[in-house]
Design a protein around this ligand. Structure first.
Ligand code: MF3
Ligand code: CO
Ligand code: CO
Length: 327
C-alpha cells in the first residue's frame, strides 16, 4: 500500500505521477484510480463454544472425505433448514448496505446473526479465512475480505453467506446496490441474476450438468458480458465444497456428470462487464477482473428433484425469490 495520499486534483496523463515514482501518471497510478483498495482487516472473532463447528474451524485445514452425491431425505431436510437460515441472513445483511457502511461492519453483523441462529459462519477459518462472510465490491469477482473500506455511493457489493447448522452448510449470495448506481452496472446486476435463474431452470434429472453452464453463457453472450471461468459452482452438504463442479460456461467437461434426484449443488455465476479473465490480489484470496471493470454474482443452493429442481436457499424470504422476468 502507498503511504502518499492521492491529491485533490489529479495530474494529466503524461505528467509525473503524484506518488513521486518519477513515472508518467498514465503508466503509474492512473490505472488504479477508481479501483477498490484494501483497508485494514480487524482481528479474528471467535464463535461461542456451544455452537457446533465444522472440523476445519479449529485448524484452518479442510479435510475431504467421500460424501454421497445423492443425499438422503433426512439430510435434505437439514439442508433445507441451513439454506433457509443462510437466505434470511443474506437478506438482513443486504438491508444494511448503504454509503458509509464498512464491509467489516457487515461481517460483524453476519457473524452475530449466524451465531444468534445457533449456526457457525462457514467461511470462518475455511482454508484459513479470517472472516465470517465474503464481501466483493465493484471489480472484485469473489472472496473479498471484509475490511475498513466504507461503501461509497454508486458501488455494487456481493455478499456471500454460508451457514453451518445441523451438520450441513447452506450457501447463497446476491449483489446489492449502494445508493445511486449507474445504469450500466444496474443492467449487469439484473442480467447476472437472470443468468443464475436460467442456469437453475436448466436443472433436470438425467441431463448433464453442462446444460447449466450453456444456459448461463447463452444469456450472458446476448449482452457481450464475460463469464468467469476460474470459479465454479460446487456440490455441497456435510462439506462446504464436494467433488461436483458446476461450470458457468459451455464446456464438454460437464457432460459426463449426470444430474440425479437428490443431488445438491450451488449455481453461482460471476458475470463481468468486460473480460472473463481474472487476477488475484497479493493477499491470495481476493479475485478481481483483469481489466478492472465491474462484475456481479448471484448464488443459490439447488436440489435436483424427480421432475426438475428445488431452490434450498429460495422461497419468499430470499433476496432472489424467483426468476426476475416472471415477477
Ligand atoms: N461461499 C463461497 C462459495 O460460494 C465460498 C467462500 S470460501 C471462503 O463457494 F473461505 F472464502 F469463505
Ligand atoms: Co457462497
Ligand atoms: Co458456493
Amino acid at each position: 500500500m502507498s503511504t502518499v495520499a492521492p491529491p485533490q486534483t489529479l495530474p494529466q496523463a503524461n505528467d509525473p505521477c503524484w506518488c513521486g515514482s518519477g513515472r508518467k501518471y498514465k503508466r503509474c497510478h492512473r490505472p488504479l484510480e477508481g479501483r477498490v483498495m484494501q483497508g485494514e482487516i480487524s482481528p479474528y472473532r471467535p464463535v461461542p463454544a456451544h455452537i457446533a463447528r465444522p472440523s476445519y474451524a479449529d485448524t484452518g485445514r479442510v479435510e475431504r472425505w467421500d460424501e454421497p452425491r445423492v443425499k438422503s431425505p433426512e439430510i435434505i431436510g437439514r439442508m433445507r433448514h441451513s439454506g433457509k437460515v443462510a437466505a434470511e441472513i443474506l437478506r438482513l445483511a443486504g438491508a444494511m448496505v448503504a454509503p458509509g457502511v464498512t464491509t467489516d461492519v457487515i461481517d460483524v453483523y453476519v457473524h452475530d446473526l449466524t451465531i444468534e441462529r445457533n449456526a457457525y459462519p462457514s467461511p470462518l477459518n475455511y482454508h484459513g479465512s479470517r472472516k465470517s462472510v465474503c464481501t466483493s465490491v465493484n471489480e472484485v469477482i469473489c472472496h473479498g475480505i471484509p475490511d475498513s473500506r466504507a461503501l461509497r455511493d454508486g458501488d455494487i457489493i456481493n455478499i456471500d453467506v454460508t451457514a453451518y447448522l445441523g451438520g450441513v452448510h447452506g450457501d447463497t449470495n446476491a449483489t446489492f446496490f449502494v445508493g445511486d448506481v449507474d445504469p450500466e452496472s444496474r443492467k449487469l446486476v439484473q442480467v447476472t441474476e437472470e443468468c443464475m435463474w436460467k442456469g437453475i431452470e436448466a436443472v433436470r434429472p438425467d441431463r448433464p450438468v453442462s446444460d447449466i453452464g450453456k444456459a448461463i453463457e447463452d444469456h450472458a453472450k446476448k449482452f457481450r458480458y464475460g463469464v468467469v471461468k476460474a470459479f465454479v459452482g460446487h456440490g455441497i452438504g456435510e462439506q462446504f465444497h464436494t467433488d461436483i463442479q458446476i461450470l458457468h460456461y459451455a464446456d464438454t467437461r460437464g457432460s459426463t456428470t449426470i444430474m440425479r434426484p437428490g443431488m445438491t449443488f450451488t449455481i453461482e455465476p460471476m458475470i463481468n462487464l468486460g473480460t472473463w479473465q481474472h487476477r488475484m490480489w497479493d493477499d491470495d484470496w481476493t479475485a478481481v477482473t483483469a481489466d478492472g471493470k465491474r462484475t456481479a454474482q448471484f448464488e443459490h443452493m439447488i436440489l435436483v428433484t424427480d421432475d426438475g429442481f428445488d431452490v434450498l436457499t429460495g422461497g419468499e424470504g430470499a433476496v432472489s425469490p424467483y426468476a426476475p422476468w416472471k415477477r
